[in-house]
Design a protein around this ligand. Structure first.
Ligand SMILES: [Zn+2]
Length: 249
């Protein structure tokens, strides 16, 4: 093989991964947190499914639009943003934005989608608050992370958890071998997204109801992604998204 044409290294950690389920609280969370990495995964042939706990109807400064109209707008923005990084399966649970709690019902609803999708990796917000960066630790994110990890272990794999999933819906238990946490206090996986950075920006720009000025946003994103890359030991000038890997086998 001529020099320069080597297959890309597995910088996005796709070895053994066929399907990934990303569970987030609001439309746009996935695009801020990990759309670049998702673009790498779909580019490598991994099937990625998004599950949004809320429709994000409480987002933005708009005070005249009614909740259902805002919810519909945000669902459609998220579907466009997903398509920009190769994701065509976006599901919504419709929990009320701003009032997410890690209830048994939410655990069951996430476990149901895990059993349907049967992913080798689930990506969730960190249920652990990062005191150094308070904004990403929104209570809906923490609650989604807590319900998400409980849905992975034990609910999705235990036939006695939410027994109606098996007895009424015929959904066999599924063991997710690994979880990646976004926005947690102690990341240990750094995905180099420099080459797909414009696709992350394109995904973010689909959230027009939330993001006024994409240029301004890009100005904020770049230093943060550069910091991630430095923390991951990547060469200067690179951009990275960061995660914490959790072995859930
Ligand atoms: Zn959010």
């Amino acid at each position: 093989m001529p020099e320069g044409n080597e297959p890309p290294s597995d910088g996005a950690h796709t070895s053994g991964i066929e399907r990934v389920l990303v569970v987030m609280a609001h439309p746009d969370d996935v695009d801020f947190g990990c759309a670049g990495t998702v673009a790498l995964w779909t580019g490598a042939g991994v099937e990625v499914v998004y599950l949004m706990v809320t429709d994000g109807e409480a987002g933005g400064d708009e005070r005249t639009q009614d909740g259902e109209a805002m919810a519909e707008l945000r669902r459609s923005e998220q579907r466009k943003a997903a398509a920009a990084v190769g994701v065509h399966d976006v599901r919504f649970l419709g929990y009320p934005d701003g009032r997410v709690l890690p209830t048994l019902e939410l655990r069951r609803d996430i476990a149901r989608v895990i059993r349907l999708v049967r992913p080798q990796r689930v990506v969730i917000p960190s249920p652990e608050r990062d005191w150094a960066h308070i904004a990403p630790s929104h209570p809906d994110h923490l609650a989604t992370g807590e319900a998400g990890i409980n849905a992975v272990y034990p609910d999705a794999r235990n036939p006695h958890a939410h027994p109606e999933l098996l007895t009424e819906e015929g959904l066999e238990p599924w063991k997710v071998p690994q979880v990646w946490l976004v926005h947690g206090p102690s990341p240990d996986r750094f995905c180099d997204i420099t080459d797909v950075y414009d696709r992350k920006l394109a995904a973010l720009s689909c959230h027009a109801s939330q993001i006024g000025d994409v240029e301004e946003l890009a100005g904020m994103l770049r230093p943060w992604l550069t910091q991630n890359a430095a923390a991951g030991g990547l060469p200067e000038g690179r951009l990275a998204e960061s995660f914490r890997h959790v072995d859930t086998r």
